[in-house]
Design a protein around this ligand. Structure first.
Ligand SMILES: [Zn+2]
Length: 111
C-alpha cells in the first residue's frame, strides 16, 4: 500500500472512530442515572478507542471522561467543578484525579 493510501485509510478510520465515540458518549449519558456501571463501561470503550485509533477527543467529551479511571464524569455526581484564579478545576471523585482548564484560552479558541 502506498503511503498516501495508508494515510487516507487512517483518516477514514479516525472519522469512523469519532462517530462511534460520539454515539457511545450519548449512550453513556443516557444510561448514567439508572445504570452507572453501564455508563462507565461505555466510557472505558471510548478510552480504548482513543488509544487504539489515536483520535483527538472533542473538548465536550474529553472533559467528562476521567483519563485515569475511565469513568464517565457527571457534575454533581462524581465530578466536582470549581473555579479558582481564572481556572476551572475538574476533580474526579472516584480516583481524585484533578485537571485544570483555563478560561482565557477557551475564549481565544472560540471563533
Ligand atoms: Zn477518575
Amino acid at each position: 500500500m502506498s503511503k498516501r493510501r495508508y494515510f487516507k485509510k487512517r483518516e477514514k478510520e479516525k472519522k469512523a472512530a469519532l462517530e462511534r465515540i460520539k454515539i457511545l458518549f450519548k449512550l453513556a449519558k443516557q444510561e448514567f442515572p439508572k445504570h452507572p456501571e453501564r455508563a462507565h463501561r461505555y466510557a472505558r470503550m471510548i478510552n480504548d478507542l482513543v488509544k487504539k485509533v489515536r483520535v483527538r477527543l472533542p473538548k465536550d467529551i474529553k472533559r467528562f471522561i476521567c483519563r485515569q479511571c475511565s469513568q464517565l464524569l457527571v457534575p454533581g455526581k462524581n465530578l466536582k467543578v470549581k473555579s479558582s484564579k481564572g481556572f476551572m478545576i475538574y476533580e474526579c471523585l472516584n480516583c481524585s484525579n484533578t485537571r485544570k482548564y483555563g478560561y482565557e484560552k477557551e475564549k481565544r479558541d472560540k471563533k
